[in-house]
Design a protein around this ligand. Structure first.
Ligand SMILES: [Zn+2]
Length: 249
């Protein structure tokens, strides 16, 4: 009896995982859901600032179905084993981002999650995904803590746009002056996070030449005005690529 009990306890400790995509038992991601993570890269030009050239960005797949479920399970349930199947769309996006003429030798900088999210999760999802894919990243951005009451009073004198911009812009924590940078994010929705990161780095003297993400919210969700082009369709549009990014003086 004792042995049976011990075995049951042990079985409970080794909690069986269900497929993050469909709930099928005993697999982190079942073959059918894993197949949904096959890269379907797409690219777009993101408006960063009036004095910044449009930023070429690439996403490895659509933020939908199994890709969305796997990213959510990794970030919100700590299911870090899902970094492995998410590697394919991540690497597909980076391959294209680094194929940009200006991206040669660029430093890969992950976009940080909020401090609150870091405390909750205990890890930075984008950094973890990059590390598990064998990529070297440079931690160079840090999100400021949420403003407290004292600052909120001061901020009343600022315009809404200023407040929004200040709150969303990360702090640059590493000297990247004169360096080329490719930004890395997990999901692109409105592009606001990448835009804020690019602005902060450009102000710090870096040349942000591209952005890559595992997934992008499909435009039909109405959350994003970004005009994504599947890469097959893009190759005929190379003439639309922007010229040499120039930093504002
Ligand atoms: Zn599944």
């Amino acid at each position: 009896m004792l042995l049976a009990r011990a075995l049951l306890d042990a079985a409970a400790l080794v909690a069986p995982v269900d497929c993050a995509g469909c709930g099928a038992p005993d697999r982190a991601l079942c073959p059918a859901c894993a197949a949904q993570l096959a890269p379907t890269p797409r690219t777009a030009l993101l408006d960063v600032a009036p004095d910044h050239p449009p930023l070429p960005i690439v996403a490895g797949t659509a933020y939908a179905g199994a890709a969305r479920a796997a990213l959510l399970a990794l970030k919100e349930e700590g299911r870090t084993e899902l970094a492995r199947p998410l590697r394919a769309p991540l690497l597909a996006a980076l391959e294209l981002a680094y194929a940009l003429p200006l991206a040669e030798g660029a430093v890969l900088v992950p976009v940080p999650g909020s401090r609150a999210a870091l405390g909750r999760r205990g890890f930075q999802p984008v950094e973890l995904l990059a590390r598990r894919a064998g990529l070297a990243v440079a931690r160079a951005l840090e999100l400021a803590p949420e403003p407290r009451d004292g600052r909120a009073v001061v901020q009343k004198q600022r315009s809404l746009a200023e407040r929004t911009s200040l709150r969303s812009e990360p702090r640059v924590t590493r000297d990247l002056q004169g360096r080329r940078v490719v930004l890395l994010d997990d999901v692109v929705t409105s592009g606001a996070t990448l835009r804020a990161a690019a602005r902060a780095l450009a102000r710090a003297g870096a040349a942000v030449v591209g952005g890559a993400a595992i997934a992008a919210t499909p435009r039909r969700h109405g959350e994003s005005a970004i005009r994504w082009h599947l890469v097959g369709a893009l190759s005929a549009r190379q003439g639309d690529e922007p010229g040499t990014p120039q930093r504002a003086s």
